[in-house]
Design a protein around this ligand. Sequence first.
Ligand SMILES: NC(=O)c1ccc[n+]([C@@H]2O[C@H](COP(=O)([O-])OP(=O)(O)OC[C@H]3O[C@@H](n4cnc5c(N)ncnc54)[C@H](OP(=O)(O)O)[C@@H]3O)[C@@H](O)[C@H]2O)c1
Length: 293
Amino acid sequence: MSDTAMNNGVFSLDNTKAPSESKVLPLFSLKGKTAIVSGAGAGIGLCVAQGFAEAGANVAIWYNSNKKALDRAAEIEQTYGVKCKAYQVNVTDPDLVKKVVNEIVQEFNGRLDVFVANSGIPWTQGPAINGEVSHYHKVVSTDLDGTFFCARAVGEIWRRQHQEGTDAFGNPLDNYTCGKFIATASMSGHIVNIPQLQAAYNAAKAGVIHLCRSLAVEWVQFARANSISPGYMATEISDFIPQETKNIWKSKIPMGREGEAFELKGAFLYLASDASSYTTGADILVDGGYALP
Ligand SMILES: NC(=O)c1ccc[n+]([C@@H]2O[C@H](COP(=O)([O-])OP(=O)(O)OC[C@H]3O[C@@H](n4cnc5c(N)ncnc54)[C@H](OP(=O)(O)O)[C@@H]3O)[C@@H](O)[C@H]2O)c1
């Protein structure tokens, strides 16, 4: 471990500080902060970006193929009066991820507060034994490697912000506590979905959860790392699933329905803000109770 967070397996006392604010609504505010959300042209990522903008953050939204992200960014700027811009980034390219993260920090007030690693693709080829190895690589490289590459790029910035206490232009960082990394994992990192089989996706998402737990320890002085595990949410990612299968899903959810993407906004805002200042390495299941019975 770097710095003085831990020596010979013992953590330094008072490694971190509580925020100076203690009232609950101000703790949830992201006013003046900079957030990046990947996979944010539609679905969960777009809702998360909108939620952060509602809470006052300037937001960079990343897309891979969905150019509607450019229109969504313009709408967010207009609706919420914050800065919002769309960037095309393939998260499986670590050099590009690092380059764009640094460009955004320069363009967005010289600082980074929050990163949401939300990009992900499903496994669509059924039993693991029948699927192509190339499909396995694509799923794991997008869902797990991509999250790791994003974490590396932003962790470096948060370490510097902590060590120097300044933004990228050398000005003291105002209203800053630490970096907040949030990955969109999945309940599939906890349970095994049926009837559709998707071992590679499940393994990648379990990896994402434990990656965040591991980073939470590694980064304790300068950033918090947590994950959110949605259950079945009504987004385009499951468009390839037949309606009969979706009806089986519903019968396994205590709440008897899929979630709407906006129902995740609150959990993401909690982890992105100082409201969660003593929470790190946690995974929040938001699944209508699916994982309970
Ligand atoms: N919906 C659910 O039921 C559910 C449940 C649990 C977890 N999740 C997770 O939630 C996240 C968001 O999914 P969603 O439901 O909102 O579906 P979605 O709209 O299909 O979102 C997936 C996003 O990932 C992006 N993406 C795919 N490959 C990429 C790559 N190589 N580089 C950068 N971005 C890439 C896509 O960007 P483009 O569209 O621009 O190509 C898209 O914005 C995913 O990680 C998913 O696994 C979803």
